[in-house]
Design a protein around this ligand. Structure first.
Ligand SMILES: [Zn+2]
Length: 334
């Protein structure tokens, strides 16, 4: 057995920074991945080619390109995309020339918004714990091998902006991220994860924003929302109608970065009413999607002065918290 576990190393220049981040993030176990400084442009099209003299064997090229596609398919945000393109200036290399730290299976450099590199160690590389085995080097994958696609997915996640996920003790949340300090080998759970985990995606959403206002927020987030309600008009004659318009947004919190004040569209917002001044609310129904993103409307006729409020219940399946609007009163004349 090894006494030192292999890690995916991030390069000499980043070691000190990484140690600081690891210590700092351990106090906030289980949340979005910590990040490096420096973002790419939103949806930046990052192309890479094989490094001359260090071209990955063909058995690894497919899994590397698959890792790029995995990022694109699972980013859940406007994070940069990756694609192989012959002649591209960002280089992916393989072999004994890898400039990884002593323990690294693979490594990267990043210099947004201009360039990045990725290296992977050669099959059979001698670590002090034993020899590196890439699963794709075998027609039948042996236990103890590392999946190229999974390891390169981790590297692309670093290139985006992510540092290693801070796991709970016992690592019960290991599968919430593929950007992990400790790679897993076959057959440990997660060794062949081929999509970013929800806490990888959460950090990318915070840094790069959502792909659309109806898109779901990662369940690794827990974002407060704000809900407001307005009536138009706020005074009607008896039997005439008024239109209530609710506006749902992500709360304005600095740590939410690009997500703060986002319109939250295509959700379920319920309108409630009561005779003005009464204590008990009655549900009118689910409001319709309004004319602009994140607005919800309902029109109804009134025969007496009425209070209204809108309610957004905490949804299951995404990382938003519910909210209730202040009440508004619509008066009715004779
Ligand atoms: Zn890593």
């Amino acid at each position: 057995m090894s006494h030192v576990k292999p890690v995916r190393w991030v390069g000499c220049l980043l070691v000190a920074l990484l140690l600081l981040l690891t210590v700092a993030s351990s106090a906030t176990a289980h949340g979005p991945d910590p990040i490096f400084s420096g973002r790419w442009n939103q949806n930046q099209d990052l192309r890479y080619a094989w490094r001359s003299g260090a071209v990955p064997p063909s058995a690894y090229q497919g899994p590397i390109n698959a890792a790029a596609a995995d990022v694109n398919a699972s980013r859940g945000s406007q994070a940069a995309t990756f694609a192989y393109s012959s002649g591209a200036s960002n280089l992916v290399g393989y072999g004994t020339g890898a400039t990884c730290g002593t323990l690294g299976l693979a490594c990267f450099t990043r210099n947004p918004t201009s360039s990045f590199t990725v290296w992977m160690r050669e099959q059979g590389h001698r670590f002090d714990w034993g020899s590196l085995r890439w699963c794709q080097a075998y027609s039948s994958w042996p236990d103890g091998c590392y999946d190229v696609e999974n390891v390169i997915l981790d590297e692309f996640g670093h290139v985006e902006i992510l540092t290693h996920h801070s796991n709970l003790s016992g690592e019960s949340d290991y599968l919430d991220a593929v950007v992990q300090e400790l790679s897993r080998t076959k057959p440990k759970a997660g060794y062949n994860a081929h999509g970013l985990g929800r806490c990888d995606v959460a950090a990318l959403q915070v840094q790069y924003d959502m792909p659309g206002w109806g898109a779901k927020y990662s369940t690794c987030l827990s974002l407060a929302t704000t809900l407001t309600l307005a009536g138009s008009p706020t005074a009607v004659s008896k039997g005439a109608s008024t239109t209530l318009t609710a506006t749902l947004k992500v709360a304005d919190v600095a740590s939410y970065s690009r997500l703060a004040l986002n319109p939250v569209a295509l959700r379920t917002v319920v309108l409630q009413r009561r005779p003005s001044g009464a204590t008990t609310w009655t549900t009118v129904g689910t409001m319709s999607n309004g004319p602009t993103s994140g607005t919800y409307t309902q029109t109804l006729s009134l025969t007496a002065r009425t209070d209204f409020r809108a309610v957004f219940a905490t949804p299951s399946g995404e990382g938003l918290l519910g909210s209730t609007s202040p009440s508004v009163t619509v008066s009715v004349g004779s």
